[in-house]
Design a protein around this ligand. Structure first.
Ligand code: BGC
Ligand code: NOJ
Length: 812
C-alpha cells in the first residue's frame, strides 16, 4: 500500500495523507543551517551542530508523535486548522505534502481557503524561508487570521532538556516591528541570537509560551489562537516562543502571500549591542531584507534548484528501469548529501545530542558524496584525520561545531583507522588531487604534532597491521563496524555502555571482518604509495595484504568451511561459525571479504555468497546473522541484547546489503547482485509502505528480520551508511562506472534482462557520455570504444584537454 507517489519530473515525493505510518521527513539546508521537517510540519532547526546550537525545540518520543514543529494556524470563523494538518488535526478538505530536494511544500484546503506553504533554506544564508500563500476559493469574502508559532530552544539542546532549575529563569526576547528576537544568554557569553519575522505588519504577537498556548493547553489548541487574539506577551524566563498574528481579508478568488524568515545571526563580540542590553539587529535586518518580497524568495528558490540541477547532473543514468533511474538520478544521491552533512547526529531517531560525527560513519559517507562537492569532501577528510591519535587509533566520534574528538566514547574501535584510507582513496580516485596527501594534519587536534595526511594513512594501516591476535587476524578492540560485537566488554550490569565498558583492547578477540577491510584498503593504500613513488612501502603493504588474504582463507583462522568466520571472542572461541549454537553465520565478512577479492580464485568467495543466500536471505533483504541470539551472551556484548530479528541481532541491517551486492558483482553474478539491490531499495519497497513504514524515498538503517514480530518493518531512517554504500554499489559496480586513480573504468555487472543503458558522468572536469550495449551478458566488456577508438581493458584513459568524451561499451 502506498501513501503517496513519486513525481520524478519535479524530483519530489508527493505525500497524499498526513496520516503516514511514521512521520516522513525531509532535510532543508546544505551547509551550516539545517532544518528537519516532517510531512505535518514537525521538526526543528539548528546551526552547524544539533546539540550545541539548536534554534527550535523538539520533543523526541513525545505523544502524540512528532508534535513540535513550525506551525501556521488559520482561524476562519470558529474553525482553526493547519496547512500540514498538525497540530490541530482538523480534518482538511485537501492535503498534500511534497518533499523535494532541499525544500518541502504543503497544501491544505479547508472551507474554501487554500494555504500553500513552500519552505526551504537558501543556498547562501543562515535562515529558513517559508512562503505562505492563502487563497480564497469560495464565493464569499473571507476574514481570516493567520498565526505562526515556533518554540525556541535555549541553544544547547542537551542542557535544554535537562537543566530546568536554571533554564526556567534564563529566557529573554526582544520584539521590533514584526521581528521577534530570541536572545537567551546573549547578555553573557553568547554572541548569537535568532530571529523570526514576517514581511508584513502584524496585528499582535506572543513570545511567552504560556500566554500563547494557555497553561492547560498545548500546540493542538492554543488558547490565544482559539480566542483569535495574541496577547503581546514578553517572555521572561520559562519558555520563549515566537508567534505572529496577521488579520487578513480575502475577496473571492483573491490570494495573499507572506514570507516568514527564521534566521541565525552571529555578531562580533565588540559589536554585540545597539545600546544598553539591546541587541545589534543590523545584520538581522539585512538578512530579512534579502527575503522581503515574493520575487526575492522566488529567485532564492530558483538558485537552490539550479544548484541541485548541477549536482545531480554529475552522474545520471538512463535505463529502461524507472526505479533505478529515479533512485540513482535523484533520491539516493540526495540522501548521500544528507548523510554527509549530518553524519549520525540529527534525524527522527538520532536526537542530535548523542553521537555527532562518527569517524567510520563520516569516512563512509564520503564514498557516496565525494563526486558531488569534492572540496567539501577534502575539508571533511582533514577534519576527520585531525581526530586521529598519533599511534593510528582514532576518536570514534567528534562534535561538528568544535571538530574535537568526543572523549565520552573515546577510541578503541578496531576498524576505524582503515576507513580513513577508504575515504581518502575515494577522494583521490575521484579528483586526481594527490596534494591532499601532503597536507599537514594534526593528531588529536594538536597542531604541534601535525604530520602529512599520508603519514596519517600510514599509521592507520600500521596500527591494524601491528595489532593482531592469536590467528594473526586484526584485534577487534571495543567493536568493529558492528558496534554491537563487544567482545572485550563482558558487561553484566544494566546501564553499562557496551561501547565503553571493559578494556578498549584485549589481546585475543579478533575480527575477520577487519581482515577483509585490511585487504581492501591495504590494496588502496598500496596504490597511493605507488602514486607517491614509494614503491618499497607499496611492496611491503602488499606483502602484508597477501599474508592476510591467506589467513582469511585458512580453515584454522578465517574460513569456516562454507563461509567466513565472523570473529574470535576473548576466550579464543569462534563467533559466526557452524560450531556455534546461535549466530552461526554473519553477513559482514562474507560481503566484505569477497568485495575485497578474497577467495575469488579458490571458489571460497562463491561458496560464502551462496551460504549468504541460503541462510540469511529474506524477501525484505539479507539479515545480518542467523540463527538469532535468543539468550544474552556476556562474551559477545550488545549484539545479543536485542530481541531476535532487531538491529544487529538478526535484523536486516541495510548497510551491509550493498556489500553483498557488490561482492556478487565481483564474481560476476549480475542477476543476484540486482536481486539484493532491489530488496531494500525504497523505490521498490514503496509498494509495501504499510509494512515498511519509514519514508519510501530514502533508505533506513534497519528492517526487522525474519525472527522479529514485525518482519519487514523499517526503523532509523535517513542517517545510515546504506545511502553511500548503495550509491557506490549501483553507480560503480552494477552500472559499473568506477573512478580509478588513472581514470574512469566502465565494467558493468547487471541482470541478464537489464537491457541497454547509458550513463552521463562528469569526472575531473570532463563529461563522459557512456552507452552500454548489454547483449544479455551479466558481466564482461567485449569492446570499449572511446571517441571512436578501440581501447584495451576497461579504463578510459584520462585526457584533460577534452570537454566531452563519447564512450561505447559492448558487453559479452
Ligand atoms: C546500535 C548500533 C549503534 C550503536 C552506537 C547500538 O545500540 O545498535 O547500531 O551503532 O549503538 O553507539
Ligand atoms: C550504526 C553506526 O552508526 C555504525 O557506525 C555502525 O557501523 C552500525 N550501526 C552497525 O553497528
Amino acid at each position: 500500500m502506498k501513501f503517496g507517489h513519486f513525481d520524478d519530473e519535479h524530483r519530489e515525493y508527493v505525500i497524499e495523507t498526513p496520516k503516514t505510518p511514521l512521520p516522513w521527513i525531509n532535510y532543508l539546508g546544505s551547509k551550516e543551517f539545517f532544518t528537519l521537517i516532517s510531512n505535518t510540519c514537525g521538526g526543528y532547526t539548528f546551526y552547524k551542530d544539533a546539540k550545541l546550537l539548536r534554534l527550535t525545540r523538539y520533543r523526541y518520543n513525545d505523544v502524540p508523535m512528532d508534535i513540535n514543529g513550525k506551525y501556521f494556524y488559520i482561524k476562519d470563523g470558529d474553525t482553526v486548522w493547519n496547512p500540514g494538518w498538525k497540530p490541530t488535526q482538523t480534518d482538511l478538505d485537501e492535503y498534500e505534502c511534497r518533499h523535494g530536494i532541499g525544500y518541502s511544500k504543503f497544501k491544505g484546503v479547508k472551507n474554501g481557503v487554500k494555504a500553500d506553504v513552500l519552505t526551504f533554506v537558501p543556498v547562501n544564508d543562515n535562515c529558513e524561508v517559508s512562503k505562505l500563500v492563502v487563497t480564497n476559493d469560495s464565493s464569499e469574502e473571507k476574514n481570516i487570521s493567520i498565526f505562526s508559532y515556533v518554540e525556541w530552544c535555549l541553544w544547547n539542546a542537551d542542557d535544554d532538556s535537562r537543566n530546568f532549575q536554571r533554564n526556567f529563569s534564563t529566557g529573554e526576547v526582544e520584539v521590533k516591528g514584526s521581528a521577534i528576537y530570541h536572545k537567551t544568554e546573549y547578555r553573557e557569553r553568547r554572541n548569537h541570537y535568532a530571529v523570526y519575522s514576517v514581511n508584513a505588519p502584524i496585528t499582535a504577537f506572543d513570545t511567552a509560551r504560556d500566554s500563547f498556548l494557555g497553561l492547560y493547553h498545548y500546540a493542538g489548541n492554543p488558547e490565544a489562537v482559539l480566542n483569535g487574539k495574541l496577547t503581546n506577551s514578553m517572555a521572561s524566563g520559562w519558555s520563549p516562543i515566537a508567534a505572529h498574528q496577521l488579520d487578513v481579508t480575502l475577496k473571492p478568488g483573491e490570494s495573499k502571500s507572506y514570507v516568514f524568515v527564521l534566521g541565525y545571526i552571529e555578531n562580533p563580540v565588540e559589536d554585540k549591542w545597539e545600546s544598553h542590553n539591546v541587541i545589534n539587529k543590523k545584520p538581522a535586518e539585512a538578512l530579512l531584507a534579502k527575503y522581503d518580497t515574493d520575487a526575492k524568495v522566488d529567485a532564492a528558490f530558483a538558485e537552490l534548484n539550479d544548484q541541485w540541477d548541477k549536482l545531480l547532473n554529475i552522474y545520471t543514468v538512463d535505463s529502461s528501469n524507472d526505479k533505478v533511474n529515479r533512485m540513482v538520478n535523484i533520491w539516493n544521491q540526495y540522501q548521500c548529501m544528507v548523510t554527509f552533512n549530518m553524519s549520525r547526529s540529527a534525524s527522527y531517531y538520532e536526537s542530535g545530542i548523542g553521537r555527532g560525527m562518527g569517524f567510520r560513519d563520516s569516512c563512509q559517507d564520503l564514498l557516496g558524496f565525494v563526486h558531488l562537492i569534492p572540496d567539501r569532501a577534502r575539508e571533511r577528510i582533514i577534519d576527520i584525520a585531525s581526530t586521529q591519535f598519533e599511534d593510528g587509533r582514532a576518536y570514534h566520534q567528534y562534535q561538528p561545531l568544535t571538530k574535537k574528538g568526543n572523549s565520552d566514547i573515546g577510541s578503541g574501535f578496531g576498524d576505524d583507522p582503515l576507513w580513513l584510507i577508504a575515504g581518502t582513496s575515494a577522494y583521490i580516485r575521484e579528483t586526481g588531487d594527490a596534494t591532499i596527501l601532503d597536507e599537514m594534519v594534526p593528531f588529536d587536534n594538536d597542531a604541534s604534532v601535525a604530520q602529512t595526511l599520508m603519514e596519517h594513512l600510514r599509521r592507520s594501516f600500521g596500527y591494524v597491521d601491528t595489532h593482531r591476535g592469536p590467528h594473526r587476524l586484526p584485534l577487534i578492540g571495543r567493536a568493529d563496524w558492528n558496534d554491537c560485537l563487544n567482545l572485550n566488554c563482558h558487561s553484566t550490569q544494566p546501564g553499562e555502555s557496551f561501547q565503553t565498558f571493559g578494556p578498549s583492547e584485549g589481546p585475543v578477540a579478533e575480527s575477520v571482518f577487519i581482515g577483509g577491510m585490511f585487504v581492501k584498503y591495504g590494496n588502496e593504500y598500496a596504490d597511493l604509495c605507488d602514486l607517491k613513488g614509494l614503491t618499497d612501502e607499496a611492496a611491503k603493504v602488499r606483502a602484508s595484504v597477501a599474508e592476510m588474504n591467506e589467513i582469511l582463507l585458512d580453515s584454522n583462522a578465517g574460513w569456516d568451511g562454507e563461509w567466513f568466520v565472523r570473529a574470535y571472542d576473548s576466550y579464543g572461541n569462534k563467533v559466526g561459525s557452524k560450531e556455534c549454537e546461535e549466530g552461526k553465520i554473519f553477513i559482514e565478512p562474507q560481503g566484505f571479504c569477497v568485495l575485497a577479492g578474497v577467495g575469488t580464485e579458490t571458489g571460497q568467495a562463491q561458496k560464502a555468497l551462496d551460504s549468504v543466500k541460503e541462510h540469511l536471505d529474506t524477501k525484505y533483504g539479507v539479515m545480518i546473522l542467523q540463527p538469532a541470539y535468543t539468550v544474552y551472551h556476556e562474551e559477545l556484548g550488545e549484539v545479543s541484547s536485542y530481541p531476535p530479528g532487531y538491529k544487529e541481532n538478526a535484523g536486516i541491517f541495510c548497510h551491509n546489503n550493498p556489500w553483498v551486492s557488490i561482492a556478487e558483482t565481483v564474481i560476476g553474478r549480475g542477476d543476484r547482485a540486482f536481486e539484493v539491490y532491489k530488496k531494500t531499495c525504497p523505490a521498490y519497497t514503496e509498494e509495501i509502505s504499510e509494512i515498511h513504514r519509514t519514508e519510501p524515498y530514502i533508505y533506513c538503517q534497519m528492517v526487522a528480520g525474519a525472527d522479529a514480530k514485525f518482519h519487514g518493518e523499517g526503523k532509523n531512517s535517513w542517517l545510515t551508511g546504506t545511502a553511500a554504500w548503495t550509491f557506490v554499489n549501483i553507480s560503480q559496480y552494477i552500472l559499473g562506472v568506477y573512478p580509478t586513480l588513472k581514470g574512469l573504468s566502465v565494467d558493468p555487472c547487471v541482470p541478464a534482462d537489464f537491457g541497454d543503458f547509458s550513463v552521463k558522468r562528469v569526472y575531473r572536469g570532463v563529461e563522459y557520455d557512456i552507452s552500454v550495449k548489454q547483449n544479455g551478458a551479466q558481466k564482461g566488456v567485449k569492446e570499449l570504444i572511446v571517441d571512436g577508438v578501440k581501447v584495451e581493458g576497461t579504463v578510459i584513459p584520462y585526457d584533460a584537454s577534452k570537454k566531452t568524451v563519447k564512450v561505447e561499451v559492448v558487453m559479452g
